[in-house]
Design a protein around this ligand. Structure first.
Ligand code: GDP
Length: 303
């Protein structure tokens, strides 16, 4: 797994690695810290988070707490992992089978990989964890979205609840959770719109879908996951901020980490939004979704 993760993150690692090697820390002067800062910014770790990390490392080095190039590299890796960790429980612990069903609401702007993520997640839950999954096609704004989701349901081998064309998203979500309860399904994943006429319309719709779900099942949705496209770097961070102000977001799915040099955005999101990255998308196939592990992630970036 780790070897694959390293491969997936190769572009980000190259961007960082060219600068951050033990040799960078051989002589410690202003230039060392400037180069480290630049490398982290280039990998989209974000200005605030970068400043925090660099300041901490510089302080520890100056105070003689960490000495030598290798020790400083290792300490940097530790600091990055601590930021990425976010401190929440692992995603899979949120799937509590006593909920019957656990309801996951998927939110995110069109194009970020929301539909693909739902398909991969359904496959992962069914094939790898042995749970039963039902999808709710509540992104009724785009006709193609329902078809696309139905395609993923077929590939993942699960059923889907869909309304008539132009159906009210709330009623589709309601029906999906209702059927999930009646059929004793383990997990219902509700897709939602990723774009409407205005930002306000979109946020109002998400709030409504959420309310309808909680009316059908107390405590639901149990997990609201926001997809963020890692290739959009700091824009993704801004989007995540907007969404999290409108609906409570429990976790981020960071998509398209394969083939981007902006993988540092995982750190910026965890540190600046305080929302843990729970899953990462590393390709377009069913099996290309995996739990986020902060230590592995930091290690894959730097070694
Ligand atoms: P949605 O509009 O947010 O539902 O986005 P889609 O799920 O349709 O994905 C948009 C595009 O991104 C598609 O071409 C997907 O194949 C691609 N995509 C999604 N996730 C990943 C990922 O983790 N890695 C790569 N390389 N492509 C992805």
């Amino acid at each position: 797994f780790f070897r694959r993760l390293r491969q997936n993150l190769s572009k980000t690692r190259q961007a960082l690695g060219a600068e951050i090697q033990a040799t960078l820390f051989e002589t410690l002067d202003d230039e060392t810290w400037e180069r480290l800062e630049e490398a982290l910014i280039m990998a989209d770790v974000g200005a605030t988070t970068t400043a925090k990390v660099v300041m901490q490392l510089e302080q520890e080095a100056t105070a003689g707490q960490v000495e030598g190039g290798d020790a400083l590299s290792a300490r940097l890796q530790e600091l990055l992992a601590a930021i990425a960790r976010g401190g929440d429980e692992p995603f899979e612990d949120r799937i509590d089978v006593t909920h019957t069903p656990t309801v996951i609401m998927a939110v995110g702007v069109n194009g970020t990989g929301k539909t693909t993520t739902i398909g991969k997640l359904a496959w992962h839950l069914q094939q790898e964890l042995g749970l039963s999954v039902l999808l709710g096609a509540a992104d009724t704004f785009r006709a193609a979205a329902v078809e696309q989701l139905a395609g993923w349901a077929e590939r993942a081998g699960c059923e889907i609840v869909r309304g008539p064309e132009g159906a009210d998203p709330g009623s589709v979500a309601f029906e999906a959770v209702k059927q999930g309860r009646e059929r004793g399904v383990d997990v219902v994943i509700v897709d939602t719109a990723g774009r409407l006429h205005t930002q306000d319309d979109l946020m109002a719709e998400l709030t409504k879908v959420r309310r309808v779900i909680s009316k059908q099942l107390d405590g639901a949705p149990h997990e609201t996951l926001l997809t963020v496209d890692s290739t959009t770097g700091q824009n993704g961070l801004r989007q995540a901020k907007l969404f999290s102000e409108a609906v409570p977001v429990d976790g981020i799915v960071l998509t398209k980490l394969d083939g981007t040099a902006k993988g540092g955005i995982a750190l910026a999101i965890a540190s600046e939004l305080g929302i843990p990255v729970k899953l990462i998308g590393v390709g377009e196939a069913l099996e290309d979704l995996r739990p986020f592990d902060a230590d592995d992630f930091a290690r894959a970036l730097l070694s």
